[in-house]
Design a protein around this ligand. Structure first.
Ligand SMILES: NC(=O)c1ccc[n+]([C@@H]2O[C@H](COP(=O)([O-])OP(=O)(O)OC[C@H]3O[C@@H](n4cnc5c(N)ncnc54)[C@H](OP(=O)(O)O)[C@@H]3O)[C@@H](O)[C@H]2O)c1
Length: 394
């Protein structure tokens, strides 16, 4: 089958960094929970570029080195089930699916046929093409787990907190600096989340999910009621990325290259944000997040740090929470709740089909070959991507 892979972990400008290959096709699911999927479209994430550069595991296994087996990258995919394993109950042959795979399996999605555990697979949104669907899964799982599983942004919790009299709320309100419009908005949206890196792949879906919160008791049922009662302050630094964040539903957009505190005060009239979701450069944003998070607030980061982070000082004084999100945790450790990712992808497919959430696809390349994949990796590595880059067809 056709595939794109690598033998050496190289910078993207090296033509050998990603090469066209012909590799043996997997004929059947490997385990009882596996699906064999015919890939129609894939999307590229920073994890693809980081593994390709040898920055993060999986680095080559001894067997791969000895046998000179190529590494096939790729996690996001949309496609059609060709065969389901003997223990599968969620999908069958012919089903259209979208998913983000597992970092612990050797074969990625940059090939014609792929094997994946059905418990981390969702049904493809009916209203989206395979290309539009392939843009979504990895970033959707990340944003969903960050907002719900790590930051506990449940509508009931938010309603409970906002029922407190204003002086007892963790976020200080400064009405004198607000216009009438802002004051009205503030009264109806008293809690706030700062999303650092709003226009990227994860930010684009995180903004939308934060404006469409649902009670977890509603999952996995379809058509749950939605709650938009939290202010979303996103960051972006260029006019096109600012516009994109607004299109995704951000209430305010501020510039991550400028002082965040004074901008937040100016646009939203607040001194602290209750929640912070860091989607870029945790090292350089960490000190600012410590200052900005509200007493008893929560910070979640999805980006690894180069240096250890200091959880003491003002964070301790504020009894603030800092928590990591890694969307591969459930598949990597085969946690008992691994099927949660199947349910959340189905719930988001439902929200997409109800027109509450939009695809984040912005750039489509075809076919899936080494030349186009190198283009996609180069663009991602520039750090200026808006939404998601997708490739389709072999
Ligand atoms: N832990 C996990 O499970 C997980 C999952 C997915 C991704 N990640 C990681 O999360 C990061 C973001 O992923 P992504 O797919 O959203 O990336 P992306 O699409 O490449 O992000 C691009 C965006 O980053 C913004 N940006 C650039 N420099 C920034 C800075 N200094 N501060 C804030 N924003 C900045 C840019 O906005 P402007 O052009 O407006 O500056 C651009 O729109 C990557 O490091 C990725 O590896 C982790």
């Amino acid at each position: 089958m056709k595939a794109v892979g690598l033998y050496k972990y190289l910078p993207i400008d090296d033509p050998q960094s990603l090469v066209d290959l012909d590799i043996p096709q997997p004929n059947h699911p490997t385990t009882g929970h596996d699906l064999l999927v015919a890939i129609k479209a894939i999307s590229v994430n920073p994890v693809d570029t980081k593994v390709r550069r040898g920055m993060i595991p999986p680095s080559p296994t001894t067997e791969e080195k000895e046998k000179n087996t190529p590494r096939i990258l790729g996690w996001d995919a949309a496609g059609e089930v060709v065969e389901s394993g003997s223990d599968c109950t969620l999908f069958e042959k012919g089903d259209a699916v979208y998913y983000a795979g597992s970092i612990s399996r050797p074969l990625g999605t940059n090939c014609e046929f792929h094997i994946v555990d059905e418990r981390i697979v969702g049904r493809k949104p009916k209203s989206l093409s395979f290309e539009e669907a392939a843009a979504m899964p990895l970033t959707t799982i990340t944003a969903w787990e960050a907002l719900y599983d790590r930051l506990s942004l449940y509508p009931d919790t938010i309603r409970e907190k906002t029922a407190l009299p204003p002086l007892q709320r963790p976020t200080a309100i400064m009405p004198s600096t607000l216009s009438d419009d802002d004051t009205n908005k503030r009264q109806h949206h008293p809690l706030s989340i700062l999303i650092i890196g709003g226009a990227g792949g994860v930010g684009s879906i995180a903004i939308q999910l934060a404006k469409n919160l649902i009670n977890q008791s509603a999952v996995p049922s379809l058509s749950p009621s939605l709650f938009s009662g939290i202010n979303v302050i996103a960051t972006a630094s260029r006019s096109e990325s600012v516009e994109w964040c607004k299109k995704m539903g951000a209430d305010y957009v501020i510039n991550h290259h400028k002082d965040l505190k004074s901008q937040i005060k100016k646009v939203a009239g607040i001194d602290y944000t209750d929640y912070i979701l860091c989607l870029n450069d945790t090292d350089s944003h960490f000190e600012r997040m410590k200052q900005l998070v509200a007493p008893q607030g929560k910070i979640c980061s999805i980006v690894e740090t180069k240096a250890p982070v200091d959880l003491g000082g003002i964070l301790r004084q504020k009894s603030a929470t800092f928590v990591w999100e890694l969307m591969f945790t459930r598949s990597l450790f085969q946690t008992p709740d691994i099927v949660t990712q199947h349910h959340l992808l189905n719930t988001v497919a439902d929200l997409i089909d109800r027109k509450k959430i939009k695809t984040t696809l912005t750039d489509l390349l075809s076919p899936i070959n080494a030349e186009n994949l190198r283009k996609a990796h180069r663009k991602l590595e520039s750090g200026t991507t808006i939404g998601k880059i997708v490739l389709s067809g072999f």
